[in-house]
Design a protein around this ligand. Structure first.
Ligand code: SAH
Ligand code: ZN
Ligand code: ZN
Ligand code: ZN
Ligand code: ZN
Length: 513
């Protein structure tokens, strides 16, 4: 249970990294960097800056794009740091040493050998999370090994492998069957023939299972994921070892080509990208990556299709709506609640928390996406989209306003609908939880603390330190949003502010020392 809370905690923390009153770390995305970012074993690193209230921006530094825990990748380099030749050589050696033990081709060779084996010789080592060939057996004698790995098991690696549980870097949250089935059926109803699965191994395998069992729905799928273990189960054309925070293909040009071909086949027609990134990840680098994939797809388009968009499903918590829509204005959030298997809190039904905060963001018109009526979703003819059971059309707002699945109430003073647990506070001139503290966090500038401007407009930041303006602007909006979001539904209401703050700090700890 704590796991999910942490993942969410991280997500909320990320959403509020630059909230007033506390320090935070921001990613700096330069459209045209003077020097390329140094490399860690996970590809190009990202540039970060630590911001503290009352202080000017501190030195910028490079850190791993994928690992938010220094235990997983401790890469650190000041932006202006000059490394000696010896240190550079040592780093390169380390980067090479940390690469996966087998090449993509070697993995495929092993796989082909494995499927030739009689059932009795097909073994899987649970400790090493590895399919074993007879030559390997000896080395795993002391390990927990399961035998008789059937073809069905091979086709469902997400069930054979244990989900990664590293909370900070790579916690894997696998779709519950119900949600996964819903997605596959939806993709097929919408007529897609190819699905680029970015960080969705379970969806990938279900698409392939369906395709093999049913001639009609012959949908192809390509999985891009950082989890190297999956390379044991797929040929080169259906899995690429990939980092979605820097668009890095671990197997170089050949893998990039697999992805490009997949996107550009059929002049790019009939393809959709579906992604379910770690929620603790930063939104900006993800957006940059997705734009690169979109550009790749666009290159395969014919001239007269230039206004078309690559269809996308981005699965993420609802409280990231404004951030995602800032990067992708054509995206709409669906009411559908995505459920997960390996987390009690998000499981549907009696045992778990009923309302999952995870949604689908998409540029496909919501009117085309029918949500399952048997789960309580219904069509709102005014909004022309499917909405959750308790969501109600507000005549003042002109839309179905609930984001979290509960019925929201219209506040005439705020001129908008608010969560049912909120009341209007005349001191703050806005709606908030009844027990909020009216002083609240101050909304001033992050650098000097003045209330009349934001960090991006602070005269104390010298012009030479101008980081990507758009990123900052959106950080401000985000911090405003966070204040409105101090309560994430009932289950979070009891979490004290200090706890949240602690959690926030913990998330960015690895970057701050
Ligand atoms: N719900 C999905 C799994 C989502 S969990 C499903 O059931 O298919 C997040 C996924 O993203 C995991 O598979 C994880 O391995 C992958 N991932 C995490 N960090 C990544 C990164 N930096 N690059 C690519 N994939 C990543
Ligand atoms: Zn790294
Ligand atoms: Zn073993
Ligand atoms: Zn309203
Ligand atoms: Zn109000």
């Amino acid at each position: 249970m704590a796991t999910r809370r942490d993942r969410l905690g991280a997500a909320e923390a990320e959403g509020s990294a630059s909230g007033a009153g506390s320090g935070g770390v921001e990613v700096v995305l330069l459209s045209d960097p003077a020097t390329p970012a140094p490399l860690c074993p996970h590809g190009p690193t990202l540039l970060f800056v630590k911001v503290n209230q009352g202080k000017e921006e501190t030195r910028r530094f490079y850190a791993c794009s994928a690992c938010r825990d220094r235990k997983d990748c401790d890469f650190f380099q000041w932006e202006d740091e000059k490394l000696s030749g010896a240190r550079l050589a040592a780093r390169e050696a380390r980067n090479r040493r940390c690469q996966p033990p087998l090449s993509r081709t070697q993995c495929v060779e092993r796989y082909l050998k494995f499927i030739e084996l009689p059932l009795s010789q097909r073994k899987f080592c649970q400790r090493c999370q590895q399919l074993l060939l007879p030559d390997d057996w000896e080395g795993h004698q002391e390990h927990q090994v399961v035998g008789d790995i059937s073809t069905t098991q091979l086709r469902r690696p997400s069930r054979l492998l244990s989900p990664l549980e590293n909370k900070k870097t790579n916690a894997q949250y696998l779709f519950a069957d119900r949600s996964c089935q819903f997605l596959v059926d939806l993709l097929s109803t919408l007529g897609f023939r190819r699905v680029l699965c970015v960080g969705t191994p379970r969806l990938h395998e279900l698409i392939r299972l369906k395709a093999s069992g049913d001639e009609k729905s012959n949908i192809k799928s390509l999985l891009l994921d950082i989890d190297y273990r999956y390379s044991q189960f797929y040929m080169e054309d259906s899995f690429c070892h990939y980092n979605m925070f820097n668009h890095h293909f671990f197997d170089g040009e050949a893998a990039l080509e697999v992805c490009r071909t997949f996107l550009q086949d059929d002049k790019g027609e009939g393809v959709i990208m579906v992604t379910d990134p770690p929620f603790g990840g930063l939104v900006e680098p993800l957006a940059v990556t997705f734009k690169k994939l979109i550009a790749m797809w666009k290159k395969g388009q014919s001239e007269d299709n230039t206004h078309e968009e690559l269809p996308i499903f981005w699965i993420f918590p609802y409280f990231f709506e404004s951030r995602i829509c800032q990067f992708f204005p054509s995206f709409r959030m669906l009411d559908y609640q995505v459920d997960y298997d390996n987390h009690a809190l998000y499981k549907h039904g009696k045992t778990g928390r009923k309302q999952s905060p995870v949604r689908i963001f998409t540029n496909i018109p919501p009117s085309r996406i029918a949500l399952p009526v048997e789960e309580g979703y219904r069509f709102c003819p005014l909004c022309e989209r499917y909405i959750s059971l308790e969501n109600q059309h507000c005549e003042y707002c002109g839309s179905c306003t609930s984001k979290d699945g509960r019925k929201w109430n219209h506040c005439f003073l705020c001129k908008k609908c608010v969560k049912p647990s909120w009341i209007h506070c005349s001191t703050c001139s806005r709606c908030a939880l009844p027990d909020h503290s009216c002083e609240g966090p101050r909304d001033g500038c992050f650098v000097c603390g003045e209330l009349d401007h934001k960090r991006s407009a602070c005269p104390k930041i010298s012009a030479s330190r101008k980081v990507n303006k758009a990123v900052r602007k959106q950080k401000q909006r985000k911090s405003n949003k966070m204040k409105m979001e101090t309560a994430k539904g009932q289950s979070m209401n009891h979490t004290s502010v200090t706890k949240k703050k602690k959690r926030r700090e913990r998330v960015h700890q690895y970057l701050s020392s």
